[in-house]
Design a protein around this ligand. Sequence first.
Ligand code: NA7
Length: 546
Amino acid sequence: MSEVKKVDIAIVGAGFAGMYATHRFRALGLNVVALEAGTDVGGTWYWNRYPGARCDVPSLEYSFGFSPELEKEWDWPEVFSAQPDILRYANHVADRFDLRRDIRFNTRVVAVDYQQADKRWRLTTDAGEVVEARFCVMATGCLSVPNKPEFPGADDFAGTVLHTGLWPKEPVDLSNKRVGVIGTGSSGVQAIPELARLAGHLTVFQRSPVYTVPANRKRMRAAVQEEFRENYTEIRQMQQNNAGGVSGFRPVKSVAVRSPTVLADRAPNDILRLTPEQRAKLVERQGLNVLLGFRDVYTDVAANEVANEVFRDGIRSLVKDPQVAEVLCPVDYGLGCKRQVLDRDYYDTFNRDNVTLVDVKAAPIESLTATGVQTTDAHYNLDVLIYATGFDAMTGALLKANITGRDGLALKTKWEHGPLAYLGLQMHGFPNLFTVTGPGSPSVLCNMLVAIEQHVNWIADCVGYLDANSLSTIEPLPASELDWVGHVNEVAQGTMYTTPSCNSWYLGANIPGKPRIFMPYVGGYAKYRVRCEQIAAKDYEGFQLG
Ligand code: NA7
């Protein structure tokens, strides 16, 4: 066995969370190592290289706030960035802060074990290397374990198989190919218009239709970027006080004031206060996005269904073939149940001659064959099959790391009935192990970069506190995590996220056998941040220090 590497802090993952953790803990004078399965930094943005991959938060917000120099020197080409630009940014950050010297790439952590006697964490890698650390920080991401449904005969398919969440670095030639894609969530919706342009023929296997609205496609104007730079101190403060970790800063100097006609068209707060004619007119003028602006759509089931029907009418007007349009209309769930999907030309893609939509809810996929996909009523010949089937979200990567805490308690056992954690930061029985954007924290309901920085800063302050007070361990009391999980569930009740008809990855409903629990904290980032700060200020109330 190779020599054991001993460090103060072991970090698992070198996406944005692991990168910032490496930087932040190093600044405390601690000895750090980050272990990363990929060959380079970027995490989610390293793996999700599929055509059309893009962020749904504006880049001037979805960027690190810890370095004013970084803010000054980086130019974003578009308002909402494409994956290659975000990955370029991650690489720039790694270069600028010399992060790679403390990151081991091509290294997958296969076991994380608590060594009770010396209160250290022992991490074992797929190469059999061992790292021991006082603290272990799981920066493993919320959407990092791809979900690949097991269809009978999957191994028989002789064509190329790809997953959007594990897209190869090498160019994929789809020209003149018969391409099939399974899945119409965010990844599928982003990829499908691009795949249709690249492929000879595209067959879309859709189980659940989606509510998707056109994304902002604006190039970044230099003046807008500059105005953000001038106001970044205030913008970062605004993010800290916003439920979604987004400042909502509107450039005033660099953007012309909207015309009075457009202002007059703005939607009132409640859709139920409009007549059907007014609703139709509003959508005609402003597009489907306008439906997302009504307050009651998210709080009132009747209002929600009105908006859903207006949305369906919108789909019917955008898609030429009425039968195809009907299959694209979601009926089983409403707006606000799943994460809002943004697209570029999605509905119009189904007007192309080289695209076929297959309803696999009506006729499910039975098996894969050597030559394609067999549903209960037809066979589809394919050269390439793409899974856009999502992720084992939020808990997947943590469980996959085989974490075992005190007294041999496996995280898998502790979380058998759902994730039990305090603030999404720590678990009882797992002293000195922290999760960045873990279940029970705002995480995926927040601007991830803001959520990541807040967690890493909190953990760094906590480690500093332990050292300053000659303490060696911290873990939550059992009652604290029970109370917190109760609170997380309570605030999720009554929202559109948890209506009985809603099945989303937020609830774990996309993974067979996964407990149905709403995992992220819906109470809002700002409230959550204040709570974390108060707890730290009260000498880590609810935690047990030793
Ligand atoms: P999602 O949103 O989980 O979407 C996965 C899609 O794959 C969805 O349409 C699923 O249909 C479909 N799916 C999954 N399993 C199957 C099987 N067995 N047969 C047919 N279709 C299937 O993942 P994404 O990657 O698109 O997006 C995840 C997040 O990444 C997104 O919310 C953004 O935050 C970024 P279903 O709805 O389960 O019927």
